[in-house]
Design a protein around this ligand. Structure first.
Ligand SMILES: [Mn+2]
Length: 359
């Protein structure tokens, strides 16, 4: 078990008035205990208590975790929530993380009536602030993504379809030692790039189409995520203007990041650049999301989050402008907040690039 991380969660629980908390997200459990158990539909739970009497509940189908915590084992025919109920402190509220299946929580509430609260932020905001070991893993993962991006660009060729490039990109990540992809790579050609979450299809690359690549791999447990947009012919005036605008928005956001600045103000810094050029309505999503063990972790860089950022937080900065039926541009980097600014994890170039594929 990781005492420092569990200690940080206990501090947040104290501040939230939660003497006990049930953590069930397998990635949070791995983060806190080192136990790598993905239980599927079965129950897995880590009960954290402020008095230190933590308990780990693990089905006998999975190997006994050697993490130094008392473990309660159970079988498929046991009543898992009943075992948890026995270890709860009487009369005290119980925090529960946001992903626990309702059928387990509702059963526990029936067995042990009382106050239950969404305590997920006690773990989510701890995961949001990367420790030294994690910062280094995020740097390495993004360096791998930079190297893969160079190979993705080299793999582009006239007539290639989005779908076949998706498959090729997944092979390239595997070749670079990734365990998997952070998400299915997004390959958007021309007007498909105007759909921020385009599902790759049989569209063939033709001269003049823009190419939007939103890609990330999982390396040593940590996700990368980067977007670049390229042109395949001399851009039109509008394409050039939009590209430079999105790039300026990306840079404006990064320029104000330092501890104490609010997430919503970072979003506004980028959004104002785009809105003042008249494209505010075409920037249809939040500026960014937290990232780490998962591609999208809790916490948005958006108007909905006024939390001040802290040194060690890691999130994406990904402004975009989408012109339906025409083209789209998104430019995304990951950053880690430092003591007086931010460290940009992606080094793949961002200047407007025309790929000469029809030589
Ligand atoms: Mn992203």
């Amino acid at each position: 078990m990781n005492h420092a991380r569990i200690g940080r969660v206990l501090e947040k629980m104290r501040a939230a008035g939660l003497p006990q908390m049930i953590v069930t997200d397998p990635l949070s459990i791995r983060y806190l205990t080192g136990a790598d158990i993905f239980p599927g539909e079965r129950m897995l739970a880590l009960l954290l208590r402020e008095d230190g009497a933590h308990t780990f509940f693990v089905n006998i189908l999975f190997p006994e975790p050697a993490c130094g915590l008392p473990v309660v084992r159970f079988s498929d025919t046991d009543d898992g929530p009943a075992l948890i109920a026995e270890k709860l402190i009487d009369g005290c509220p119980v925090g529960v993380d946001k992903t626990w299946q309702a059928r387990f929580l509702l059963r526990l509430m029936e067995l042990r009536p009382g106050e239950y609260r969404n305590g997920s932020e006690c773990i989510d905001w701890v995961r949001a602030v990367k420790d030294e070991e994690e910062r280094e893993k995020m740097r390495v993962s993004s360096a791998v993504n930079d190297a893969c991006m160079a190979e993705f660009v080299a793999a582009l060729h006239p007539g290639a379809t989005e779908k076949e490039l998706e498959e090729e990109f997944i092979r390239i990540y595997a070749k670079h030692g990734c365990e998997g992809v952070s998400f299915t790579p997004i390959v958007g050609f021309g007007k498909n790039a105007a759909d921020p979450h385009h599902g790759n299809d049989g569209t063939k690359l033709e001269k003049g189409m823009c190419v939007l690549l939103d890609v990330g791999g999982i390396y040593d447990g940590y996700c990368s995520d980067m977007t670049r947009t390229f042109f395949t012919a001399e851009p039109t005036d509008e394409e050039r203007k939009v590209y430079e605008l999105v790039k300026a928005a990306n840079e404006a956001a990064k320029a104000i990041i330092r501890p104490g600045v609010k997430l919503c103000d970072i979003d506004a810094a980028a959004r104002n650049v785009i809105a003042s050029a008249g494209y505010g309505d075409q920037f249809t999503h939040r500026l960014g999301h937290f990232i780490g063990l998962e591609d999208h972790e809790y916490g948005d860089v958006s108007a909905n989050f006024d939390r001040p950022v802290e040194e060690g937080m890691c999130f994406s900065i990904e402004p975009g402008v989408y012109l339906e039926g025409k083209f789209g541009v998104r430019i995304e980097d990951l950053v880690i907040v430092t003591k007086d600014g931010c460290e940009v994890l992606n080094h793949y170039p961002k200047q407007l690039t025309v790929l000469d594929l029809w030589k």
